[in-house]
Design a protein around this ligand. Sequence first.
Ligand SMILES: Nc1ncnc2c1ncn2[C@@H]1O[C@H](COP(=O)(O)OP(=O)(O)OP(=O)(O)O)[C@@H](O)[C@H]1O
Length: 813
Amino acid sequence: AEVSRVSSAILCPSRKVYSSSKTHKFCGSDFAHSLHRAHLTHCRRCWWGGQGAVCCDRGLSSEANHTDANSISDQNSELQPAISIKLQKTSSIPADGIQNQSLEGCKPEFDNPSEKQRAGTDFSTLLGRFWKVAAPYWNSDVKAEARMRLAGVLALTLATTGISVGFNLLGRDFYNALASKDQEQFVKQLLYYLGAFIGGIPVFVTRDYKREILALHWRAWMTKHYMQQYFQNRTFYNIQSQSLIDNPDQRIVDDINAFASTSIGFSMALFSAAIDLISFSGILLGIYPPLFAVLVVYSFGGTLISVALGKGLINLNFMQEKREADFRYGLVRIRENAESIAFYGGEGSELQLLLDRFKESFLNYSQLLLNQRNLDFFTSGYRYLIQLLPAAVVAPLYFAGKIEFGVINQSFSAFNHVLSDFSIIVYQFQSISSFSAVVERLGELSDVLEQQNLSFESSSDKISHSDANETLCVLQPRISILDVKQFVNSNGGEHEKGEKGPLLKIDNLTLQTPQYTATLVKNLSLVVNEGEHLLIMGPSGAGKTSLLRAIAGLWQAGKGTIKRYLRYEKKDGIDSLERSEDGHEINGVVRVVSADKRMNARESTEEVKQNRSSCDASDVLSNSAAGHDIDTAQMLFFLPQRPYLVLGTLRQQVLYPRWHEGSVSSLSSPVTHDSPSHQRHQPSDRDLIDVLGRVSLSHLLKYCNGLDSRVEWANVLSLGEQQRLAFARLLVSKPRLVLLDESTSSLDEENEALLYRELLAAGITYISVGHRSSLRQFHNHLLTLAPLDDNVDCKNWLFAPMKKESTFLGSAN
Ligand SMILES: Nc1ncnc2c1ncn2[C@@H]1O[C@H](COP(=O)(O)OP(=O)(O)OP(=O)(O)O)[C@@H](O)[C@H]1O
């Protein structure tokens, strides 16, 4: 899409309305994204209006060529020069209309990015997208197998064309025998015909079967490929939290399926059309050359008219897919939140919301049907006229006695073949339009996945695009997250006796929301040592959960460093090449910064490549998602307020998220020191039952018939039970550090104390977020966050040791 359409309004409270005056070759979401990255969306308040509004506060450099005196560039911007782009004042949106629409904070992203791009997808973009989506499979590690299958299908298609030509010749002789009342010849031709059917039909059936099989394998490969990218570097999370595209699930399930089967179908149709054209054109030219000329004029005229009539169908099909997916998603949400809705008595509102969604689908489909009807008026006439056309052209020759009756039938058959080859666009226009929508949706998904993984890997945090004279250059500050590998001593001990090393160091951290729209924490520095538990408090919305997100690596917008000392490596395995400049030795422990995020990204890519090599339909489901930093995830655990319960058995609930690997840390081994990943083992039933007992959930075993019973856990368990189950997971996994986000909020004080005691006993260090003052007694330090005041340039946090008002920790230690 063109930027001038997408960002038709760039609006700011203190400035006027701008739009790009020039067409850029960026699609809408790329552009909007780039603006976000460039910190152009820093305003706290902005005005909205028009289509695809992007609000900005600073960042456009003074190099920008403005036609208005009220320059949009911000001389105070820390980030300039960030972007060089030609701008002009737009008159499309009245200023009054805008100023009446003030919103709290900037809207971070388009509501419906896909919808903003609807206007401008041209044929070459579509073709580019098709190539981008289709090509990887044919160049992948399974390319030899894929190409062999394709060659087989092509050979069968060729064979079926040959058989069709044979039928055509047989038909001519058959009708000639009939017309000349030659019974002997007629019976002979009839037998030939039957023989040809018996020999030919299996070839047609086998071709169709092989074609479907090829499409299935292609789909399997693409599904795995897209899912790997979707899970890599937590892209699924970014897509959701930043609303990058709508309904990725539908794109992965339905669109890939449609893409693979339709691509194969169309390719084969085109291939057989080309062969047919060559074979039957000869026959037709041999019968009567003017007939061929009539056919060419007829089919080209028909194609042009159908393209003109049906051009709106592509967009309508695209939107139909989206509307249907939105409607289905709405219903899924009802199922997931049935109880809350029932408690609220929200049926009426939900019904209305869903009906509104369905209405959108209905209206779009009505429009689609209208367009199809108009196209059908034409295509039906086009189809029926060909019943008469060849006979009308050739009949004078027959009446003049220049050709036999069988030739009329032969010309009719050849005409039909050649015409349907020439008219492939007319006949298939509706399928082509829905296929184009599929290509676009998958192209968008592919762009977003690529962009996410690219931005993750980009070492300079600088993304630039160039387009002829226009250059968009974006600076994107991000928090550095360093995973520091620790090497255990040969005696298994990590530190000198009594020494507690750091688990987490935060250095000068400024944290912002993912689209850089708001700053939540400024210049935070703190250290969490092993066994020193931190409580984070502060008013709602101050950024407590967001800080945990940053520590977990989910949010990286901002600056500063977070170092996590969570990974182990055997000391014997030290590779000198792994040591970075930061590597140094403290108290006999070698600490090496060896696994920052970028390195993980490269490792992940390698892993994905390896996984790709073994991709076939059978292992699509068996292979685990690649590209996740398992070691760190193992050592760092996050417990949200509302635990996520998987669809599975009680055993799987407790072992989540590692049950598929069969590798969790030993329940009997000490947590903090000797737990390199290779020493983990699958906990026994006894271990699991024991751990359920420790979190007061033994009753579940009786109530639901053992560890392997399958129940809709999220519906059956109370929120407090779910929170206790989450603690059971924690005790099984035994991470070094756990982030607890109000994860005991639904529990009574007694159970809360019980769970914290278990954590202490297991030697797990924790960082809790909470509002209840009862939590204080379980922690050594308190971090208090306050909402950030933009007008005051000072830190909004206080980090201090907790007063010894309770003896809980002292007695526990
Ligand atoms: N994905 C997001 N994009 C933009 N802003 C967000 C996003 N998620 C949260 N925020 C905003 O960030 C701010 C901090 O949110 P956070 O969840 O960290 O608050 P909190 O201190 O944990 O609040 P509470 O105590 O109510 O849970 C809020 O103003 C919230 O609206």
